[in-house]
Ligand binder design. Structure first.
Ligand SMILES: [Zn+2]
Ligand SMILES: [Zn+2]
Length: 792
């Protein structure tokens, strides 16, 4: 009896059909396999024992990139064919399936890339069934060449032979290409024309001329815009302070750290401390940017990168080459490439002006990036979907996602419950959106801060594309409560039921779903920068008793005025001066105000007294900003949370011995309010006593941790709840995370932190989708009950 087998999961573009073909042939089975828009369908016929072995081996021996969610086996009529074949892909109306993210070049392809005898020697677009572009080139499903941006490149006879040979490692590798038939690169200098390197020219020197030239420019201190997998990078020598100053100046990016790409692990180890888990992450096929501890000047350094790469920070974002082109740019050993030596570590920052989306299109890049780059290393394989580099760090052996994009998106997060199709549009900063259906949450790639038209456009295109490829027709649109967010207004324009979800409730729900928790009540510590509260106040230091469907505000930081509103975020001294004024704390004599214009200070105080543009906030992020300014870290910031991050760096060594400051917990009718006057007074005393900022910072972190633990114990006492969920941007602070988690665990709490999505607003949409789904089903149940009651 024949069997019909349906396999669902990430099973396309990962070598699944060749694997099935190989398995069937090995077991002497006949039948067929084909991709559909819903997964992979297989028909097998032959000896019963072999059929059973086949079914068992499907999951056990699956190819490395495949992720199987289900295998369904049914009886089928006998198959009349005598062999096993791979059939044309089929489109099934409405069916969908997860697709693979982009995968870094595999070791086999890397070997061929540097083998002078191989036909793809030094060819920048080498790939195989187990590596290469996926998500960024897919226009539609099923994942087949005509549905990708490789459709423009007809295969040559050689490539076709590999593509159609089931025993070849490029069998059905959709982006297969070679110098004969594939894409090629080109180097353009901003002020002069450089001859195109045509891959069809047989002399290898001419073929790689563009790369050699790019290597020389990089070595000589120029900035080169390089087209990558999901967009353009700006690259330059990470050890050259003059080039870096120039890049910062041109890009309008003062201090925000740049990521670097290192030729290999040895180069990484020359500038950073490296633990085993970090090594594994760097070398993983996702090839994210990994935050590593910088070696300091006291460590013996074999290679020195400029302080301008990541000013005032003790960590560095590092990645390894992930496309063949990156390898060609950074390789230190190949004899042809070695003619133009290149620095072993390059800055690789996204190709954009600050706040704009990363450029993906050649024409767009040439227009927008010309003021930034001295030359362009272009290629003619189109990027269909923009995808920024992902950023991760290792925390006690686990991966923490700071930005989940290239290499991870659009792998779905598996949900603990089945949900209705919904779109959650996310927040305003670090936007990602989320589409859910069945048991899947498809979190988008990183979209960015929704503050200009290009990013907004990229958001709209992204929503359309992802809802199309995963065939999601949302019945619910979840959005933030903030009436002025672009995303909120977008949601309101759609003719589908919209549900507003409170920002910090969404954070807690996101972390619950991230940990696979079913619907229940937890204590949620939502420590964050900004979020619109149900009372119209800007929340951010919130302890919630929350389930997916609803929440109760158990405790929060006291409301203090933010003089100048959102613009105060860029000037922590304004926040501090405003808080001190509102609390009646004398700070005029303190160092942080000595260089502040008296008139500006006067205006801050007037704004508060007259309640002019001074919204109240309970934000935890702002509390960190204020304290950082008060203790002299910095008065103004050029990127989000800069003051708090620099305070963390200084405080780290002093945390173990630091004693917390006093604080006061006020029980009011509207829940617990954490008063801050005692805390600020304690800090002011230390500042007057000339205590070192690192020590004060450490004491401050200890205090916040103690407050968090104290409030959880009170919540447990009054509710019996014992599970604590941590979410919100402030938890990127490692000192606070370590202190609170350890403290809560030693008090017997069960603590949950994010595992697959960021704790900042990059993970928000997942929570919005969950909350909106549960609120909708609760409402429907209620309606049903009422209807039942009214019918006699
Ligand atoms: Zn490969
Ligand atoms: Zn070819």
């Amino acid at each position: 009896m024949a069997k019909h087998i349906s396999v669902k999961g990430v099973v396309q573009g990962v070598g699944f059909r060749p694997f099935v073909y190989g398995l069937a042939t090995r077991l002497n089975l006949h039948g067929w396999v084909c991709n559909t828009s819903g997964g992979v369908e297989i028909l097998i016929d032959g000896k019963n024992d072999y059929i059973n072995e086949f079914i068992q081996s499907l999951a056990l021996e699956r190819p490395p990139l495949a992720k199987i969610d289900s295998i369904q086996v049914n009886e089928a009529p006998c198959d009349s064919s005598s062999n096993f074949e791979i059939r044309e892909s089929q489109e099934i109306e409405g069916a969908y399936q997860p697709i693979s993210a982009d995968i870094a070049i595999c070791p086999d392809c890397e070997r061929e890339l540097f083998n002078p005898k191989d036909k793809r020697y030094l060819y920048p677009f080498i790939n195989c069934t187990h590596c290469g572009p996926r998500f960024t080139i897919i226009k539609n499903i099923p994942y087949d060449r005509p549905n990708t941006t490789m459709a423009d490149f007809p295969m040559c006879d050689d490539c076709r032979a590999e593509y159609t040979d089931p025993l070849n490692r490029r069998f059905h590798a959709q982006p297969i290409a070679c110098p004969e038939c594939g894409p090629f690169i080109e180097l353009r200098e901003t002020h002069s024309q450089f001859p195109t390197s045509d891959p069809r020219i047989s002399s290898i020197e001419i073929r790689v001329a563009a790369i050699l030239k790019a290597r020389r420019l990089l070595r000589e201190g120029y900035i080169v815009a390089i087209k990558g997998l999901g967009g353009f990078h700006l690259a330059c020598d990470a050890s050259n302070p003059y080039t870096l100053a120039e890049l910062r100046d041109r890009k309008g990016r003062n201090d925000k750290p740049f990521a670097v790409m290192a030729a290999d692990i040895t180069a990484v180890a020359s500038v950073c401390h490296l633990q085993k888990e970090e090594h594994l992450l760097l070398a993983s096929r996702e090839k994210p940017i990994v935050l590593l501890a910088k070696k300091s000047l006291t460590d013996s350094l074999t290679y020195k990168i400029s302080e301008l790469v990541a000013p005032n920070l003790d960590s560095l974002g590092v990645m390894l080459p992930y496309t063949p082109l990156h390898h060609l740019l950074l390789n230190q050993t190949d004899p042809v490439l070695a003619r133009e030596p290149v620095p072993p570590i390059l800055v690789m920052t996204s190709g954009n002006f600050s706040e704009e989306p990363i450029a993906t299109d050649n024409k767009d890049a040439l227009e927008r990036l010309s003021p930034l780059a001295n030359a362009f290393l272009l290629h003619n394989r189109d990027i269909h979907i923009r995808s920024d580099d992902s950023v991760v760090k290792v925390d006690k052996g686990n991966t923490i996602y700071l930005r989940r994009s290239r290499g991870y998106a659009p792998y779905p997060v598996k949900l603990p419950v089945e949900v209705k199709p919904a779109l959650a549009v996310g927040g305003e900063l670090k936007n990602t959106f989320c589409l859910v259906r069945d048991h899947y949450a498809f979190l988008s790639h990183h979209i960015g801060d929704m503050e200009n038209a290009e990013i907004y456009e990229s958001f709209e295109q992204g929503v359309q594309h992802i809802s199309h490829i995963f065939r999601v027709q949302p019945e619910i649109i979840a959005h933030d409560l903030h009436p002025n967010y672009f995303t909120t207004r977008y949601a309101e324009r759609l003719a589908v039921r919209g549900i507003g979800v409170q920002h910090h409730h969404a954070h807690i729900a996101a972390c619950m779903a991230d940990n696979g928790l079913d619907n229940r009540r937890v204590i949620g510590l939502s420590f964050d920068g900004t979020g619109y509260g149900t009372d119209g106040v800007i929340w951010g230091g919130e302890v919630l008793l929350a389930s997916y469907a609803d929440f109760e505000r158990f405790a929060h930081l006291e409301y203090l005025p933010l003089p100048g509103g959102d613009s105060a975020i860029r000037s922590p001294w304004r926040i501090m001066a405003g808080y001190a004024h509102a609390l009646g704390i004398e700070v005029n004599d303190l160092p942080f105000l000595q260089n502040i214009d008296k008139q500006a200070l006067h205006i801050v105080r007037q704004q508060i007294d007259r309640k002019l543009n001074s919204p109240f906030t309970s934000s935890m992020g702002r509390l960190f900003d204020a304290v950082a300014s008060l203790i002299g870290i910095r008065n103004d910031v050029t990127y989000e949370a800069q003051a708090a991050i620099e305070m963390e760096v200084l405080a780290k060594p002093f945390v173990p011995d630091a004693k917390p400051y006093p604080y006061f917990v006020d029980k009011t009718e509207n829940g617990i309010v954490i008063r801050l006057k005692e805390l600020f007074s304690g800090i002011v005393q230390d500042v007057r006593a000339n205590e070192f900022a690192g020590i004060i910072g450490a004491r401050f972190h200890k205090t916040v941790a103690e407050i968090a633990i104290d409030i959880c114990k009170r919540a447990r006492l009054s509710t019996g709840l014992n599970e604590v969920v941590l979410s919100g941007g402030v938890w990127q602070n490692q000192i606070l995370l370590d202190l609170v988690r350890l403290g809560l665990e030693s008090e017997g709490f069960m603590v949950y932190f994010h595992k697959q999505v960021p704790t900042n607003d990059g993970g928000l949409a997942l929570g919005q989708a969950m909350v909106a789904n549960f609120q909708t089903s609760n409402r429907e149940e209620r309606q049903e009950r009422e209807e039942n009651r009214s019918t006699p």
